[in-house]
Ligand binder design. Sequence first.
Ligand SMILES: *Cc1c(COP(=O)(O)O)cnc(C)c1O
Length: 402
Amino acid sequence: MQSYESLPDNKGHFEEFGGKFVPETLMAALEELEQAYKQSKGDKSFKEELDYLLADFAGRPTPLYFAKRLSDKYGAKIYLKREDLVHTGAHKLNNCLGQALLAKKMKKKRIIAETGAGQHGVATATVAALFGMQCQIYMGEEDIARQQPNVERMKLLGAKVIAVTSGSKTLKDAMNEAIRDWVTNVTTTHYLIGSVAGPHPYPMMVRDFQVVIGLETKQQIVEKENKMPTHIIACVGGGSNAIGIFYPFLNSSTGTARRARTKLFGIEAAGLGLDSGKHGAPLARGNKGILHGSLSYVIEDDFGQITEAHSISAGLDYPGVGPEHSYFKEKGLVTYDSVTDAEALNGFETLSKTEGIIPALESSHAVAYLEKLKMAKDDLVIVNLSGRGDKDLDIVKKAGLK
Ligand SMILES: *Cc1c(COP(=O)(O)O)cnc(C)c1O
């Protein structure tokens, strides 16, 4: 068996998953991006500039916080990795900073992206402002109506928000429009994908930009506890915050090394329930298919059409998942499970009231999984708190939380 560490191969495959399913006109752009990325990886000045921005602009390293009252409640030692404290309120900026620097290196003057709830749009508009680049964000008409505050934020940051009126007027249609724009303007424009999805090299590159979460965590937990965690929990939409924290803790070895292995849990959105047909859990209830330029698990209808995903947390209602997660699932390297909207709301309330931290509804899925996880007194559990919950107050209020 190939080790996960050598993947993807040079065509972007994680065994059967991944690849580059894009129009011929984009092949050269993907090649250019891959070359620029490879060069930047070995380039000391690129690393220094990114490290500087991650520290002084984004606010890294984020703390690894010992959640004492939460630990008392669940009877194990629980830490929170505080990505909610990153500038703009979530982990997404880590990746946007990396890609914007690459865009600068490739002399692109314009950045485009699609967004569902607007979080990735805000992070993209932020880095475009930081680098003085033009920015155009594609967003479904439905989502624009539902996510007004983020639309206002993007505009304030200088981005142009384009309403997408085709199809279901949501994320997947916005994705198609962004790809269409890229095909037309490929020489001047960088397409900034927000998760470990899309065609090669995006899943690899976004993973590498988010791995900072896991590298910091590993150092911090050793400093604080002098041992490795027994469990790490993260929510999975496209899968970037999860892969970022998991990656340095993956271990495919057998024998004695296996015993000490940290167990990794990726939590998808079960929405109204996995059997309701209204969920966002392609790994739990999807089929293999092609979405957004790569092969992975996707949610589709009986005719093989990609359908809309449903979750109370907008960041988790992407109908696909990054191809490397499909590979991890197949190899048993990560355990994937799901929690419902109702369970996530409980997690949201629990963390708010026991720790004074209001989590994003996405992150609340990871928090909620503490209810399901079998823990012992000596266990050392880390929850990746991918973002803060201020953006979700309206949704939570409408859902009728006390
Ligand atoms: C976008 C978002 C997610 C989901 O994206 P991943 O790529 O799966 O990490 C999770 N949490 C927050 C706070 C987000 O904004």
